[in-house]
Ligand binder design. Structure first.
Ligand code: ZN
Length: 226
């Protein structure tokens, strides 16, 4: 497996509070009960602002994101897919929770210098059961911070290149279906409509908050850490 990045301690713009050993042990930490939201939830269209602070609660959120990603057999998960307005995503191209070496959390990721074009099949945990062929750069540079506040910088390729492009799209409020051709979109139109009908019915029962309530919650969460 390709090492997805090289890590180097450089400038630190994130405030990182608490170290892993003085956090509460995982079994004493209250569960945040994050859930994966589905298309067309408006948080999936939220453009996330960079994080300025990493603390114990954020690390717990990231741990839950990894758990959810594995539970749903994904290889990447962005914060707005769990209804959080933060510029971060988690990934493990092996999809195997035992392969900890392949895991990475990327905070404030920035992509640059994409090279080559390659088509590959993508799906999304926020649109389960829907797949499509998407053209992405074959190789691309990513710069980000780790959870420890260290700079991550390097070129990724293969599946990892596809994952980082898909996840950074999420952080910009973009879904892989936005990159499909009209013909491809027509093929999945019925599936998307089912998600839309389900969303509308949850709105009608009051289970799904209004757009205004969702936006207010995101603004409050954003104010705390960005
Ligand atoms: Zn996705």
């Amino acid at each position: 497996m390709l090492r997805p990045y090289v890590s180097a301690c450089k400038t630190r713009i994130l405030t990182v509070s608490g170290t892993n050993h003085d956090d509460a042990p995982p079994d004493e930490a209250p569960a945040l009960a994050l859930q994966i939201i589905h298309y067309p939830h408006p948080t999936l269209r939220h453009v996330s602002r960079p994080l300025t602070r990493v603390d114990a609660e954020l690390r717990r959120m990231v741990a839950e994101m990894f758990d959810l990603m594995y539970e749903h057999e994904g290889v990447g998960l962005a914060a707005n897919q769990v209804d959080l307005p933060y510029r971060l995503f988690v990934a493990n191209p092996t999809g195997n929770p035992d392969e900890k070496d392949a895991e990475a959390a990327f905070i404030n990721p920035v992509l640059s210098g994409g090279k080559g074009q390659v088509e590959g099949e993508e799906g999304c945990l926020s649109i389960p059961g829907v797949n499509g062929m998407v053209v992405r750069n074959a190789r691309i540079n990513i710069e980000a911070y780790s959870l420890a506040g260290e700079e991550i910088s390097g070129e990724v390729e293969g599946l990892m290149a596809r994952i980082v492009q898909h996840e950074v799209d999420h952080l910009d409020g973009r879904l892989f279906i936005d990159r499909l051709t009209p013909t491809q979109l027509a093929e999945i139109r019925d599936d998307l409509e089912e998600f839309e009908i389900d969303f509308d019915s949850r709105r009608n029962t009051g289970e799904m908050p209004s757009d205004e309530a969702i936006a207010a919650r995101l603004a409050e969460l954003s104010r705390l850490r960005t």
